[in-house]
Structure formats: C-alpha cells, structure tokens
Design a protein around this ligand. Structure first.
Ligand code: SF4
Length: 211
C-alpha cells in the first residue's frame, strides 16, 4: 500500500476549519508525508483510496469480533479488567482517538491494545508505535493511571501479540509530532515534502504536488 492507511478513529474526523484536535489517523498520514496531510485536510482534496479503506474496515469488523473472544491474549498480558472501543479526548494535548481496548493491569497501570488487520513483519512500524504512544497519553489523562506499555495483535499472523515499551522521551517526541500537525491544520502551514521520494511514485497527490 502506498498511501497511508486510515484507522478506527476516522469516524471522528472533522473538517479542517474546526481542527482543534489531532487524531492518530492524522499522525499516520503525517508520518507518510506531511504534505499529504496538507492536501487531504487543509485543501480538502479527497483521495479515492481513503474511501475504499473505510469500506474494508467495515468488512474487518466481523473478524475483530472473533479475535476479541480469545481471552487468552489478555491473560498473557496480565489484564485484570478491560474496556472495549473507548473514545477518549484530551484538551491538554489536543488529541482525540478511539482505542480498540483499554486494559487495566495490576498496580494502577493500564495499556492500550490495538488490533491490526495485517501480518507481523518482524518489526513495529513507526506509525503504529506513535499511534500507541498517543493512546497511552489519552489513557493516562482520562483514567488517571500510568501507561508504560502498549500491545498490538497482528490478526493475519495467527493473532501474534507484540508489546511496546513506552518511555517519557517517546511521549515527548509523539507530542512534538502533534504540535507540528496542529500547525499544518490550523495555521495552514505548507510543510516540506517527504525525504523519501519513492513514496511520491504512486501518491494520490503526485500530479499537483510541487516535488
Ligand atoms: S507527491 Fe510526494 S511529497 Fe507530494 S504529497 Fe505525495 S508523497 Fe508527499
């Protein structure tokens, strides 16, 4: 896939004129290419693939329900309680997102758990990692708990479970990305193009982009 994927919080996407919150989907698009985000949400030029991915997301819901019944995944983590499909906002961080599962662990710790309809490829991509860090910040603020780890289940590789350790430095870096996105969406700041020109080859916006 050459264009950034959409995520579950897409349902909460807002028109750019009222962008007071950043979503993890914005972050995924930003990490693909900051300029991609500008075309899509500042100039409001939609991309065909975006709609197709939303349709696919709907098809995946059935699969998600089947996986969620697998309680052994949560036992492995040491989860003592959980909430499903949790929609959280943070005015402090100007963030909004919907988390597949919030897991409550012992000693007042919590963690996000996210299901990816993809294969485990031996590493956790920066997009996924950043998304989980932002979820961690949302959980900390809304539930007054500490979050130092996150979990991803790769459904297409036999529900492979990966753990991410989250440090304070990682949280700071993720918040810096949020600041940069906020400037693009709200100050109409035209950002630099991605350094990785191979992304431009089949980008939806390549015909109008000044690269
Ligand atoms: S063409 Fe390249 S620089 Fe322009 S938006 Fe697409 S990926 Fe970014």
């Amino acid at each position: 896939m050459k264009n950034p994927s959409t995520e579950s919080d897409d349902a909460f996407r807002r028109p750019h004129e009222t962008s007071i919150f950043v979503t993890p989907s914005d972050v995924i698009e930003y990490l693909f290419c900051p300029r991609f985000l500008y075309y899509m949400h500042v100039l409001d030029i939609d991309q065909h693939e975006h709609k197709r991915l939303l349709v696919n997301k709907g098809r995946d819901i059935h699969q998600l329900k089947l996986v969620r019944n697998k309680e052994y995944l949560r036992k492995k983590i040491g989860c003592i309680d959980k909430q499903l499909d949790v929609y959280l906002t943070s005015a402090k961080h100007r963030l909004v997102g919907r988390i597949d599962e919030v897991l409550f662990l012992e000693n007042n710790f919590a963690a996000p758990l996210d299901y990816k309809f993809s294969f485990w490829e031996g590493k956790i991509y920066k997009t996924y990692k950043t998304q989980q860090i932002l979820y961690a910040l949302l959980i900390e603020e809304n539930f007054q708990t500490k979050v130092e780890k996150a979990f991803i289940v790769y459904i297409r590789t036999n529900n492979h479970l990966e753990e991410i350790s989250i440090t304070p430095k990682m949280k700071q870096e993720a918040l810096k990305i949020v600041d940069e996105i906020f400037d693009i969406l709200n100050l109409n700041y035209y950002p630099a193009a991605t350094r990785y020109k191979n992304k431009c080859l089949d980008c939806t916006y390549r015909n109008l982009c000044t690269v």
